[in-house]
Write a protein that binds this ligand. Structure first.
Ligand code: AHR
Length: 497
């Protein structure tokens, strides 16, 4: 078969939910504390304790939804510890993550303020593993009830007169592991019980999210869908990409060789199979696709940076991460009939972060640039596209060299996102633009490429990897031939007419 991309500009396949571009911020390492929250007395410029530089960068990237407070932390978090005068809030040890002191200065009010500043939807994850039905139900009442009630009064006493609006609420996290080591049958029953008391107050309609599977645990999805489909609006999936198969020796974030680079991309591509197979199970119980699949933790997971707290999960971010982000987002687009939200782990200073900070300094990672370049796909209509990709091989193993996806905006501008995974060679291939009915097209592009296999930004050189104009294309008739640089993520804008 000829190597090419065929784009049917006149075949639309549904909306790409903007929430696929969601993020996840946990009380873990320096994500919340320092990365987002510095406190009002900090010399770092802030608004009511929240860093201005980070808010500005996340807004620019159009962050649509933010998941909080965990992760594993969610099933140890007792929300009442994080309300009221901050100097009176409990100090405790974050036993799960690095033994850091948790002073609870960032709690419900601060999170809701952060979401308001970011103009994004809050996605709150409740505690099933070590919390009670009453605790969860009261959190929802505190957040969303406007009438006369003990929790509404408590919220008002703490300075928030009006109830907030909260669309997304998760009932437990990783309850097959850190959230209680439960069997799916047991969790399914608990889910049914807990969600009963996650009430809709007034106009606030909560999208109830059940804890889903770890990676390829298809039995978990089967049991949850069999036992609880009618009680949920979405089911989650967690999948992390490691360069190796050994959690005690995952591989470094920088300074790796071609083998780890290649293996990471190969393992990231596995997301397609995972989403496909979990969706097949969901289709069996929910053929109308009412229930969404939310991939609320995904991204790369490496060994921590040398000399940092192993429990803080701080890692650098290179062009390899940019490619993982680009190809994964392309996969989510393809499955946007079922995947309604995804949350990369985690927003700042933890795992595949879009932002790193060091005191008052902040840098944008290659992953940030991909999210910023791809934001034009948010809420756009997915277009029909097929890739017959050249193969990228390493030591006898082959993967597709090119990943691609396309969408069209309400204004009719077509965007094509293209990743060339090959670390050594450009990818040259024709992109056939079908369905333009003889119209010509204006084309422009932006690319993010690596000059070395672990190209990354540092606080000394924060702009080593940044998007550049892309001009290596030629349009003849309805065929656009592109030459994608090695290790690159490119977005084309095609305006017909
Ligand atoms: O993102 C880090 C951790 O990974 C989360 O706390 C947990 O849910 C997952 O295992």
């Amino acid at each position: 078969m000829a190597e090419r991309i065929v784009l049917n500009t006149d075949i639309r396949k549904g909306t790409i939910n903007r929430n696929i571009y969601g993020h996840f911020a946990e009380h873990l390492g320096r994500c919340i504390y320092e990365g987002i929250w510095v406190g009002e007395d900090s010399p770092i410029p802030n608004t009511k304790g929240i860093r201005n530089d980070v808010v500005e960068a996340l807004k620019e990237m159009k962050i649509p939804v933010l998941r909080w407070p965990g992760g594993c932390f969610a099933d140890e978090y007792h929300w009442k510890d994080g309300i009221g005068p901050s100097e009176e809030r409990k100090r405790m040890i974050n036993t799960h993550w690095g033994g850091a002191v948790e002073n609870n200065h960032f709690g419900t009010h601060e999170f809701m303020r952060l979401c308001a500043m970011l103009e994004c939807e809050p996605y709150i994850n409740g505690n099933v593993g070590s919390g009670t039905v009453q605790e969860m139900s009261e959190w929802v009442e505190y957040l969303t009830f406007n009438g006369v009630s003990p929790m509404a009064e408590l919220r008002q006493k703490n300075g928030q007169e009006e109830a907030w609006s909260v669309a997304y609420f998760g009932v437990g996290n990783e309850n097959w592991g850190c959230g209680g080591n439960m069997r799916p049958e047991y969790y399914a029953d608990l889910y049914r019980q807990y969600q009963t008391y996650v009430r809709n107050y007034g106009d606030n309609k909560i999208h109830r999210i059940a804890c889903g599977a770890n990676s390829d645990d298809y039995n978990w999805t089967e049991v949850l869908m069999r036992e609880a489909t009618r009680f949920m609006d979405s089911l989650t999936l967690h999948y992390y990409t490691l360069p190796t198969s050994d959690w005690t020796n995952k591989g470094a974030a920088t300074g790796y060789g071609t083998d780890e680079y290649f293996n990471t991309l190969k393992k990231a591509l596995f997301m397609d199979e995972l989403v496909t197979r979990h969706s097949v199970i969901m289709d069996k119980y929910d053929p109308d696709k009412r229930v969404g699949l939310i991939v609320d933790e995904w991204g790369t997971w490496y060994d921590v940076e040398p000399g940092t707290n192993p429990g803080f999960l701080y890692q650098q971010n290179t062009i390899r991460d940019a490619l993982v982000a680009g190809l994964t987002l392309n996969i989510f687009h393809k499955h946007s009939d079922r995947v309604r939200m995804a949350n990369i782990a985690q927003t700042v200073n933890v795992l595949q972060a879009v932002i790193l900070t060091e005191g008052e300094k902040m840098l944008l990672t290659p992953t940030y640039h991909v999210f910023n370049m791809y934001k034009i796909h948010q809420d756009a209509e997915l277009l029909d596209l097929t890739v017959d990709s050249p193969l990228y091989s390493y030591e006898g193993v082959e993967i597709p060299e090119v990943s691609a996806s396309a969408s069209v905006t309400a204004e009719g501008v077509i965007h094509v996102s293209l990743c060339n995974l090959n670390h050594a060679a450009p990818a040259v291939l024709p992109l056939e633009l079908r369905g333009l009915a003889g119209q010509s097209a204006a084309v422009s592009g932006t690319t993010l490429a690596g000059s070395s296999i672990d190209a990354h930004n540092t606080f000394g050189q924060p702009e080593a990897v940044v998007p550049q104009p892309f001009t290596a294309f030629q349009l003849e008739g309805d065929t656009l031939t592109v030459e994608l640089p090695p290790m690159s993520v490119t977005v084309l804008a095609i305006t017909p007419g």
